[in-house]
Design a protein around this ligand. Sequence first.
Ligand SMILES: [Zn+2]
Length: 56
Amino acid sequence: MADFKGNKSYLPSKPCAVCGRTMTWRKAWAKNWESVRYCSTACRQHKSTTPPNRCA
Ligand SMILES: [Zn+2]
């Protein structure tokens, strides 16, 4: 507990569901941090635009 200096500077973080990059809490995400899963729009689209089988 003594190591804990400054709650204020602590920002939550979690890995992006697509690229695994650590996302650090942003003010823009304050409202929906719980539902944020991707670090960027690109990752979000990557998730939903990945074709099941598109080998051609
Ligand atoms: Zn990502």
